[in-house]
Design a protein around this ligand. Sequence first.
Ligand code: IPM
Ligand code: MG
Length: 357
Amino acid sequence: MTKKIAVLPGDGIGPEVVAEAVKVLERLRRDFGLNIELETAPVGGTAYDQTGKPLPEATLKLAQTADAVLLGAVGGPQYDTLPRELRPEKALLGLRSELKLFANLRPAILYPQLASASTLRPEVVAGLDILIVRELTGDIYFGEPRGVRTLSNGEREGFNTMKYAEHEVERVARVAFDAARKRRKKVCSVEKANVLETSGLWREVVLKVAKDYSDVELSHMYVDNAAMQLVRAPKQFDVIVTGNIFGDILSDEAAMLTGSIGMLPSASLDANNKGMYEPIHGSAPDIAGKGIANPLATILSVAMMLRYTLNASALADRIEKAVSKVLDAGLRTGDIYTDGMKKVGTKEMGDAVAAAL
Ligand code: IPM
Ligand code: MG
């Protein structure tokens, strides 16, 4: 059966990197029998410009009816002064919550070819392979009440609500333990249970779930310590499971261990492994339109799509090997460039991966 993929390029460098990922998908369709159809729709600031809404109904509908979603990036400085409801970020959060994509997988893998591109010493990061499982539809990002109110003395006060219900913690914990079983069988649950009630309950639920996974080693870490350990000795981690805001912060930190945020893909999955796939970097307005963005994170997101949603893991392997081959050949976009390598632009990088499939 033909699988439908919703393609949402978005803003900034989104359209440039998504074009290269689409190139890879089309090559797989042409040469390797991948049975897919693609349909493109606007999202984020681009959608706001065209329709007045960052997440138009037609785009949401397409995402809901598609088998998988490929997203570029959203956001840009020209939209930062819009009311919060109309900002591009709202489209991303809306897609995540409407599609119930509660489990966000963010692997941080250091390609050996890029060990010298990391800002950390090669021996600290060589062989790094971490999976961050970030809860994506709860926490302070979605918690009510929220807002800005005026106090009796006339001063304004902003407020948000951090909260997690037991079932939200349980289902994401299971995703993390299941993933660990296919890896080095270690889960580190990250929270702030020394201060926050939400975190105390999080820890309790994770401990309960762990009883079903006696073959997986569980540890707990406070988020401040985790931030430190990630740069001190990142290879101690296998799978990290954490809440929405802590995962947002730690996954950017983990990305830098690998040399560049331009290398890291992500999958956001619902309970049935339907998913949205996106690079974890943002729209990078400073380099948008210059043809120099690294498309590898988006191309590697397609590999995750093939593995998790389209049940085509052999093709996922093929993409990952092609990326490795291209790095072996010395091709580098600016963000991962080191002396002696061949500097290429977005299109050349995409062409090279498509050719190496
Ligand atoms: C991410 C991004 C988003 C988030 C923004 C763009 C809303 O930083 O996917 O990590 O905070 O989740
Ligand atoms: Mg982020």
